[in-house]
Design a protein around this ligand. Structure first.
Ligand code: CA
Length: 234
């Protein structure tokens, strides 16, 4: 397999060097830059498999870069940020980032997130009518989902929501993002809809819906779906 190419956008030289050196050990190829303008240019000319984006950049907020990239590409983007502010994280995800890691970070965790994102991207590429995702199988043609080899009885919205969770597993999804993608534009603030449907889905797939193994709550942000049981994040 071709080595994944990662574009690192980070103005802090020590972090940038650390990432470059460690990624080499993990057999990732890298290109690096310190600002948004170069990042956009490098993105277009190199077509990387994944991007790591710092939010505080010398020529502006990394979220602007994410927004620009999202207009042309679905490339995996992981935000690396010193900001622990929940709203910053939510807004980076709303702008289209796939994941985030806050500094100081564990390299092991970052690499695990990179691998998950690369795996998801390649799964989405080869997606056909029916695909297995951990313990779930989604049949796009008949609009049905099986779980542990049993057909799930779902209403159309439950199907759409569970499908969205499965196709975006291991990814933090904000409430607004889910509402927009599943219910549509204009429903972004209908938190109660989402909460209700998450509860009914949990009753259908979780052993104990108050201690979910699959649809995990990311407190104050949204949800993160795991396709396999006992995969307790990291
Ligand atoms: Ca910075």
């Amino acid at each position: 397999m071709k080595r994944p190419l990662i574009l690192i956008v980070e103005d802090d030289a020590s972090v940038r060097n650390l990432l470059e050196i460690s990624f080499r050990e993990y057999e990732f190829d890298t290109i690096t830059t310190t600002n948004q303008e170069n990042a956009y240019r490098l993105f277009l000319s190199n077509n990387p498999n994944l991007m790591i984006v710092d939010l505080g950049l010398p020529d502006g907020d990394g979220k602007e870069l994410i927004k620009e990239i999202r207009e042309v590409s679905k490339v995996s983007i992981i935000v690396l940020s010193a900001r622990h502010d929940e709203n910053e994280i939510i807004s980076a995800l709303d702008f289209g980032a796939d994941d985030y890691i806050t500094k100081p970070f564990s390299l092991k965790e970052l690499v695990a997130r990179i691998k998950t994102n690369l795996r998801r991207a390649s799964l989405q590429m080869q997606q056909n009518n029916s695909s297995h995702y951990g313990e779930f199988e989604v049949d796009l043609l008949s609009k049905s989902i099986s779980f542990k080899d049993e057909h799930l009885k779902l209403t159309p919205i439950e199907y759409d929501l569970l499908k969205y969770f499965i196709l975006n597993s291991d990814k933090t999804l904000t409430h607004r993002q889910i509402l927009k993608e599943v219910w549509g534009v204009g429903y972004q603030n209908e938190m109660q809809y989402l909460r209700t449907y998450v509860n009914t889905l949990r009753k259908k797939i979780e052993v104990n819906s108050t201690r979910p193994n699959y649809i995990k709550t990311e407190s104050g942000i949204g949800y993160r779906f795991c396709c396999e049981e006992n995969k307790d994040g990291l």
